[in-house]
Ligand binder design. Structure first.
Ligand code: PLP
Length: 436
């Protein structure tokens, strides 16, 4: 496949943009390096690159594009918003509409505040939890990604209940000392950690369904146990639902069937992003009224934003949720994802390639290994080179995946049966080459 123009643009980008990309996950470093593909247009389930190659897209911009690219209902809403002025710096009725839609779908959110990214949303939930509890330490889970603010760029120390160490240059060791990282799906480790740090712990933060070391479900009873242990300790539960909200059904993980009795798995604070902006920049956080009343102008915890609640992002978010309210929308994504995931597994088996697929409704992750993946350690213990080879073979066959073994495939409302068939054909040919 000719990708000359992408290669030229990458060389040019390297001269002006650090690393040639505006987010490290876009580089091809984790799949053998080289020029990432420069896209110039996207519509529905498809991308076109600068050399006019067409790809079926399963990246979905790392999650937000659940209705496919340039969905007409969302495009019309953005156009209308732009014609009425893109940024006011005053309250608008639109913000109330989207806040109400979020509250109706996520009952633990009595009050909402809009911000501009998932990073901001998570960062602020931590500040609010600290303000409310007047405590400072945070417990999080290994492999969960919560954006790039200092406090969550912290890796585990030498044991489950030891303090963290910086996971990025520029994060001071003093900040890492405020965070303890424990393995996902391990209530014993959480219990030990809470027992050790007790009244220092402001909050336990978790992706209730993990989306960042593949898609990983909590074990039965994990979220119930997490909420009980945390609340018994006088700490708050923060759910990072930046990926999970509106991804699997019209609602969030805290209302997703099978994860536990809804009353027993309610967080105090929730962070949102991605899908709720319909492809424009957005984040939101919310929670119990008495907790959210810590936030300025009502309370002492400060958080602000020039761009927050801008009419374009809010309009795109409303339009996106309206599409997702359509009948059978999620069921159709599930149906196609089952066909695709089952087909991939059968094809890998045929060619003798070990593959574990974690599918949760319309999204799934492909782990090149022959063991289950239920925590970060198991996700790390998979064949990154096999993934890189698969990624490159698929790209050559016009299938666009995320360039990392940890990222999910996202189905959208725009994918069709024909796209799934074409993807399975490409995968079968890729596995054949890899095994030969
Ligand atoms: N939280 C989770 C679970 C995420 O997956 C991400 C981004 O991938 C973030 C937070 C950060 O969101 P953003 O990239 O919008 O800052």
């Amino acid at each position: 496949m000719n990708r000359t123009r992408s290669e030229q643009l990458y060389q040019e980008a390297l001269q002006h943009i650090v690393g040639g990309v505006n987010s490290p996950s876009r580089s091809f470093k984790a799949v053998g390096g080289g020029a990432p593909v420069f896209m110039k247009r996207a519509k529905g389930a498809f991308f076109w690159d600068e050399d006019d190659n067409r790809y079926i897209d399963y990246l979905a911009a790392y999650g937000p594009i659940i209705t496919g690219h340039a969905h007409p209902h969302i495009t019309a809403a953005i156009t209308r918003a732009a014609e009425n002025g893109t940024l006011y710096g005053t309250p608008t009725e639109l913000e109330i509409r989207l806040a109400r839609m979020l509250k109706e779908a996520i009952p633990s959110m009595d009050k909402v505040r809009f911000v501009n990214s998932g990073t901001e949303a998570v960062m602020t939930t931590i500040r609010v939890a600290r303000a409310y509890t007047k405590r400072s330490k945070i417990i999080k889970f290994a492999g969960c990604y919560h954006g790039h603010s200092d406090l969550v760029l912290v890796a585990a120390g030498s044991g489950p209940s030891t303090l963290g160490i910086p996971d990025s240059a520029g994060v001071p060791a003093s900040i890492a000392q405020e965070v303890i990282t424990v393995p996902f799906n391990d209530l014993d480790a959480l219990q030990t950690t809470l027992a050790k740090w007790g009244e220092d712990v402001a909050a336990v933060m978790v992706e209730p369904i993990v989306g960042n070391f593949g898609m990983v479900m909590p074990h039965e009873g994990f979220l119930e146990g997490l909420c009980k242990l945390t609340h018994d300790n006088g700490s708050l539960v923060i759910y990072d639902e930046v990926i999970t909200a509106f991804r699997f059904h019209y609602g969030s993980a805290q209302t997703f069937a099978g994860l536990g009795n809804p009353e027993d798995i309610q967080p105090d604070l929730t962070a949102l992003g991605k899908v709720i902006g319909g492809g424009l920049p957005i984040g939101a956080y919310g929670g119990r009224k008495h907790v959210m009343e810590q936030v300025a102008p009502l309370g002492p915890a400060y958080q602000a934003g020039t761009m927050a609640g801008n009419p374009a992002s809010i309009s795109a978010g409303i339009a996106c949720l309206e599409v997702l309210q359509g009948e059978g929308v999620y069921e159709e994504m599930d149906r196609l994802a089952i066909k695709l995931a089952d087909g991939l597994k059968a094809s890998a088996d045929r060619h003798g390639i070990p593959l574990t697929i974690n599918r949760i409704r319309g999204s799934f992750s492909t782990h090149f290994c022959d063991h289950p993946v239920t925590n970060y350690e198991e996700a790390q213990d998979t064949d990154g080179e096999a993934f890189a080879a698969f990624f490159r073979h698929m790209l050559e066959r016009n299938i666009n995946l995320a360039p990392s073994k940890y990222e999910a495939w996202f189905l959208t409302t725009a994918h069709t049966e024909a796209d799934i068939d074409a993807t399975l054909e490409a995968a079968d040919a890729s596995f054949r080459e890899m095994s030969g």
